[in-house]
Design a protein around this ligand. Structure first.
Ligand code: PMP
Length: 365
């Protein structure tokens, strides 16, 4: 819920998406005068002690919030999560080796496409045939797999793995794309060998990725890596191998500070649970609407739904627009609606959209 000069706007965008109001305020101040230096955050050098403090704090807060052990390094890199789709196999998979991938959505399938450029890929489960509306859970992974890649939350289809701990049963290194649910719920992050996430949902501003990686899985492929693609170089240079996205990292640091102030991941998880419960309860109570994902796999970050009568969708969308509900149109590949409820979205916004859904249902009799 953001109060603008005109009205109240509820931002359900899937990413870039809502960030805490305090973060917008502090980031705006820093554009004009960063920490009373008389300089804008946009004009400070990335090798100054001023920025060093920013990136150090961002890394420190990430480690603290995720309770990472000393084997896990936190990096802030360029290129969006899509760059990680190929940087991961480039660093972890030799040409004659095999990696296991779960095909649970459009983003997962894009990761698979890129991995195939570097080695063998075994798709261990796929929800493609059913339009990715559920998560296939009964599968095996060959012990020869160099790693198992999962997508913890499927942003487009609105599905989310509830239990991430069972992936460790396969006893191969674990890699996760957590772009759309990182920092939203308690996870044993140390059980993963590599985690990546575009920042533009729960971490901060677009333009930077968070990568969490263990050193022990690196340096084992037999190809030469371009300097900027080799995670080891970024670890050695503390994400300052070249000019980093200074402002985006600053916004991440502010958002991480905000999250800590809320009580960290356990506290935000509780609020996220309440928001999702409220939304899905109302959704299920209104026969006009229909959830798109299997109930047991429903995402607490992205609720995807359609109308039983598709002819009414435009009218509802227009009403949402009129009432200041932003970003609820479903992804162009699946249609319908998507209500994204990331960390910074307040429960009042969920109340507002569900009230509107109820009103619309009454009107339609
Ligand atoms: N993975 C997931 C789960 C996503 O939701 C997205 C983007 N929304 C991506 C990857 C791609 O991210 P980017 O646009 O930062 O490359």
């Amino acid at each position: 819920m953001i109060e603008t000069l005109k009205s109240v706007v509820h931002n359900f965008n899937a990413g870039p998406s809502i960030l805490p109001k305090e973060v917008f305020q502090e980031a705006s101040n820093a554009i004009l005068d960063f920490n009373n230096t008389g300089l804008s955050i946009l004009e400070i050098g990335h090798r100054t002690s001023l920025f060093d403090q920013v990136i150090e704090e961002a890394v420190h807060l990430s480690k603290e919030l995720m309770k990472l052990d000393n084997d896990h390094e936190v990096l802030f890199l360029h290129g969006g999560a899509s760059t990680q789709f190929f940087q991961v196999p480039m660093n972890l998979l030799s040409e004659n080796e095999m990696a296991a991938y779960t095909d649970t959505g459009i983003w997962a399938s894009k990761a698979i496409k890129e991995a195939k450029l570097f080695g063998h890929v075994e798709i261990v489960c796929s929800g493609k045939e059913s339009g990715y509306t559920f998560l296939p859970k009964d599968f095996s992974v060959a012990p020869t797999a160099k790693y198992l890649h999962i997508t913890s939350n499927n942003t487009i289809h609105g599905t989310q793995w509830k239990d991430l701990s069972f992936f460790n049963d396969y006893q191969v290194p674990l890699v996760a794309d957590m772009s759309s649910d990182i920092l939203s719920r308690e996870v044993d992050f140390n059980k993963f060998d590599l985690i990546y996430a575009g920042a533009q949902k729960n971490i901060g501003a677009a333009g930077v990725n968070m990568v969490v990686v263990t050193k022990k899985i690196l340096g084992k492929v037999d190809r030469a890596l371009p300097t900027m693609m080799d995670y080891r170089n970024h670890i050695a240079e503390r994400s300052l191998l070249n000019t980093p996205p200074v402002f985006a990292i600053y916004v991440c640091m502010l958002t991480l500070r905000w999250l800590k102030k809320q009580g960290g991941i356990p506290a935000i998880q509780e609020i996220n649970d309440q928001k999702a419960k409220l939304f899905y309860e109302i959704l299920d109570s209104l026969p006009l609407f229909k959830g798109a994902a299997a109930k047991e796999d429903r995402s607490k970050m992205n609720a995807v739904f359609v109308m039983k009568d598709p002819a009414q969708e435009k009218e509802f969308l227009d009403l949402c627009k009129q009432e200041g509900m932003i970003g609820i149109k479903g992804h162009r590949s699946v249609g319908g609606f998507r209500v994204s409820m990331y960390n910074a979205l307040q429960i009042e916004s969920v109340k507002a959209i569900t009230d509107l859904m109820k009103d619309f249902a009454v009107r339609k009799g």
